[in-house]
Design a protein around this ligand. Structure first.
Ligand code: AHR
Length: 508
């Protein structure tokens, strides 16, 4: 083990608040995310409420998930919400062309989604259809959900059993409109977004937070075009921006889109490549934020990273359109690294949604299609261990002599990642040691206060490939960590090889 890394943290110098919505989630009508994952129908043997799996709800409630994005993804731009309301036996079916060509019976629709959000205690984030829908269709969906007046949509909602309007704040104006959401140019979409934003109205005290469909990866030009179109209507400056945020999507893949690599069978080089790709999220957010700063120096328009996470080849033998993948310690470290980056971008990043919550891509929960057994993934545990950062004040972690690094391809990867925050008189530190083989020690030089009642947890496994299964559901689970010792100036933390560690203490 090399010498300890030193880090200075001023416990009394509070940075921007870490929006709890960066711990957001995503549920698409894709593979077994909704059907079999969240929803099994009222007649299932699996305990459910209105068809919603109660074991999944219970597991997710422990994460305090702040929001859930639905119904897509690419599916959103083929979704016609009116097909998913009213008696289930009368709902129109459709083919889910993007995801496996399977039949979608629309049994999980608006009312079921809102019931799920209520059970989870989370805020809905609805992604509207711009690709194949109409302005009227989206406008009426907002009215159906949120209006308290007397109108055809409200009467329809009441006829379907819901008298009170729901509260829906987060509203997406399309998804990946450069691709599956309509193959538009940035200019074309920017004009569309103006129209959609205009007719997605605020009813009563329900104020929509409109999220324009943003760029893929590092396409800063897209963000520039949306920012240009946002701040001017005709030749007049708008009072309130037409949309309150712009999204961006960025996935971590070790290989190519054609061959993304296996979720469980990878070597150490592939592991480091994965980490280097994940670390680029910092460059991604910095780049988009820099463009936005030019048009919005007061940072009133947010960035919403509403799809992020690892994307591997599907598990052998599963439907290629279902995007079902295993989840190992490597995925957990990708999540830990992302959160540190999110915390550092708290001034502009207002929301992030991991893709996706159950049974799809970098999931929190995997359910067995035969036995129904539920498994919490390593990624689940990172969300749980980090939940104390939600709505906390970020604390800068200053490392005067730098962090340990390693050459990966053309670039350098910092193999230790740290972030910190304070809330309710407590400080929380998250530390990811990305080094596959060596432990690292870090001296936290704490200024402006000290810590009492210190506790620590560690998430690691025998190998980078370790994962949980129904037979071994706790191969990776957080354990109490005894690697923290008091020093004259603060704390020394030992972070084992390939591990994620949290340290918490009361600020005195
Ligand atoms: O999350 C899976 C898919 O990835 C989404 O449907 C789409 O928006 C993105 O390309």
């Amino acid at each position: 083990m090399s010498d300890a890394v030193s880090a200075v943290v001023n416990l009394d110098l509070e940075g921007p608040t870490i929006n709890r919505h960066v711990y957001g989630h995503f549920a698409e009508h894709l593979g077994r995310c909704i059907y079999g994952g969240f929803y099994v129908g009222e007649d299932s043997d699996i305990p459910n409420e209105g068809g919603i799996r109660l074991d999944v709800v219970e597991a997710l409630r422990a994460l305090d998930i702040p929001n859930l994005r639905w119904p897509g993804g690419c599916f959103a731009d083929e979704y016609h919400w009116m097909d998913g309301i009213g008696p289930k036996s009368e709902r129109a079916a459709m083919i889910n062309t993007h995801w496996g060509g399977v039949e979608e019976n629309n049994h999980f629709g608006t009312h079921e989604f809102m019931a799920l959000c209520e059970l989870l205690g989370t805020e809905p984030y609805i992604s509207g259809n711009v690709g194949s829908g109409t302005v009227r269709e989206m406008s009426e969906w907002v009215e159906y959900l949120t209006s308290d007046g007397d109108s055809p949509m409200v009467r329809l909602r009441k006829a379907n059993g819901r008298d009170e309007p729901w509260k829906v704040k987060y509203w997406g104006l399309g998804n990946e409109t450069w691709g599956c959401g309509g193959n538009m140019s940035a200019e074309q979409y920017a004009l569309e977004a103006r129209k959609y934003a205009t007719y997605c109205r605020d009813y009563g005290d329900n104020k929509l937070y409109r999220i324009a469909a943003g760029a893929a990866d590092f396409n800063f030009e897209w963000t520039k075009t949306l920012m240009e179109q946002l701040s001017h209507i005709g030749c007049q400056r708008v009072e309130r921006p037409l949309y309150q945020a712009i999204s961006v999507h960025y996935y971590t893949i070790a290989g190519t889109w054609g061959d993304k690599g296996s979720a469980t069978e990878f070597d150490t080089d592939e592991y480091y490549t994965t980490m280097a790709k994940a670390a680029r999220t910092d460059e991604l957010l910095t780049g988009h934020a820099n463009v936005m700063d030019l048009y919005d120096p007061k940072k009133e328009i947010g960035i919403v990273l509403d799809e992020w996470g690892t994307w591997w080849n599907v598990e052998p033998g599963t439907n290629p359109g279902f995007l079902y993948q295993q989840n190992t310690l490597r995925d957990a470290l990708v999540a830990g690294l992302h959160f540190d980056i999110f915390h550092r971008h708290a001034d502009r990043l207002v929301m992030a949604n991991i893709a996706q919550t159950v049974n799809v891509l970098q999931a929190m929960i995997l359910t067995d299609p035969d036995s129904g057994a539920l498994v919490k993934t390593p990624t689940y545990h990172v969300f749980e261990m980090n939940k104390g950062h939600q709505d906390a004040s970020s604390l800068e972690v200053f490392t005067p002599s730098g962090l340990p690094t390693r050459q990966v391809g053309e670039g350098e990867l910092s193999t230790l990642s740290v972030s910190a925050s304070r809330k309710d008189g407590k400080a929380l530190f998250s530390l990811s040691n990305l080094d596959a083989e060596g432990a690292v020690e870090i001296d936290l030089d704490l200024r402006g206060g000290s810590l009492t009642e210190v506790s620590s947890r560690v998430l690691t496994g025998e190998a980078l490939q370790t994962h949980n299964t129904p037979d071994e559901p706790e191969a990776i689970a957080p354990r109490s960590h005894d690697g923290v010792t008091a020093t004259g100036k603060g704390l020394r933390v030992r972070v084992p090889a390939h591990s994620f560690v949290t340290v918490e203490g009361r600020i005195a």
